[in-house]
Design a protein around this ligand. Sequence first.
Ligand code: CO
Ligand code: ZN
Length: 332
Amino acid sequence: MKELIRKLVETFGPSGVEEEIRAVIRAEVEPLVDDVRVDALGNLIVRKKGTEGEKRIALDAHMDEIGVMVTYVDEKGFARFTNIGGVSPLTCVGGRVIFANGTMGVIGLEQKREDRSKTPKLDQLFIDTGATSREDCPIQVGDAASFWRPLVAQSSRYIAKALDDRIGCAILIETLRRLEPTVHDIYVSFSVQEEIGLYGARTSAYGIAPDIAIAVDVTGTGDTPECHPMAVELGKGPAIKVKDSRMIAHPAVKDLMVQSAQEAGIPYQLEVLNAGTTDAAAIQITRAGVPTGCLSVPCRHIHSPSEMVDETDVENSVRLLLGVCRRYSETG
Ligand code: CO
Ligand code: ZN
């Protein structure tokens, strides 16, 4: 899966500008499914028909990533910016951002800040493209950029920007590749605009009208120095969500995932996440409600340009989803 993951994380796609990443994913999944559509918000929704097809299972991963957007370009050609999703100034300074037209920018920090011991605010940072004036600046107000880092695979870890949530996209593509015929229809939504408010998943789930849904996304861990206590570690298996800050996973879906993991001998962890949420929170309250769960890939340094996941957790996430599709076909 390494080359697939590389392709996905290195493709441009901040929230609202998902055309490129959608085209890359579409090319991967089109040969694997029975139909493909793009809804009004830009969600890529594919279906693999079941042998009977009376029920619908929806799987979701968001294809957008965090980033920045230009708010102002000054007369010297330096750009000020706002955040797209959760961006910390701490992970910005000295970093590189890339725009849709390929322009690279370096994020600089005002030197004459009042209290230099304090964490700077985003509005004390600027993007330097090397331009010398507003006129020759290759970027303009409203242009979006993503952080730029290439993928590194080191021992059993992947390190990259946008593993949140391209790793979920990779897991769902791989699941479609390995999926055996099922009784029920399997829908997969590669959703837009998660990072700014779970918007894509809301319309895509409404359109699919699933009987059961599972979002695949990353979650935090409790295995780094002096971090908040959390019973999730890298490499100990996919995490089955019990609760996060915006949802309680539907107990039947959570149990289906636990039983599928136990049946296949897949290691798993139970996840209670204090801060943060996923598309699952939006899906479960669409229409008259959808029983929804979430499969989380343990991830360190979330929303930094160097997120980290373990390859065994990725592989076990694919196996777990295949088990869930099979088990739901037999028992659902
Ligand atoms: Co995120
Ligand atoms: Zn995410």
